[in-house]
Design a binder for this molecule. Structure first.
Ligand code: ZN
Length: 129
């Protein structure tokens, strides 16, 4: 694989990570504010209505951050672009579309099918950990 391609991938992963992390700290600041408001029983707290949604969002972001960290680790070790299931090279096209792709297209499809059977949507994220 061309080095420039990997450098570009790394740059894009790092950019996304930066964005996620800065968004996360902003979210944490907002949560701190919410705690303050909760102490006042007469305060209007419209934000609590969205708590579940916020938590789901944060969970998704946390997973994404872990995914990107993993992809960056693989870049460091020179393992980036190899499928974690079968060891086959993941096509550069696929990597460009999904920067943190851990599996080749065949394994990903199979894993998603398995995850669907287990009726746990996030199951495939756990596989290979
Ligand atoms: Zn594979």
């Amino acid at each position: 694989m061309r080095k420039t391609f990997l450098q570009e991938i790394r740059q894009r992963l790092e950019d996304e990570l930066d964005q996620l992390v800065s968004k996360k700290s902003a979210q944490e600041l907002r949560d701190a504010d919410t705690d303050e408001i909760k102490k006042d029983p007469y305060a209007c707290i419209p934000t609590t209505c969205n708590t579940d949604m916020n938590m789901a969002l944060m969970e998704r972001e946390r997973k994404r951050i872990a995914e990107i960290g993993r992809a960056l680790q693989k870049l460091d070790r020179g393992e980036f672009g190899a499928c974690e299931e079968c060891g086959e090279r993941i096509s550069p096209k696929r990597l460009e579309a999904i920067l943190s792709a851990l599996f080749c297209i065949g394994c990903q499809a199979r894993l998603e099918k398995d995850a669907g059977r287990a009726s746990a949507l996030d199951e495939h994220v756990q596989i290979g950990e």
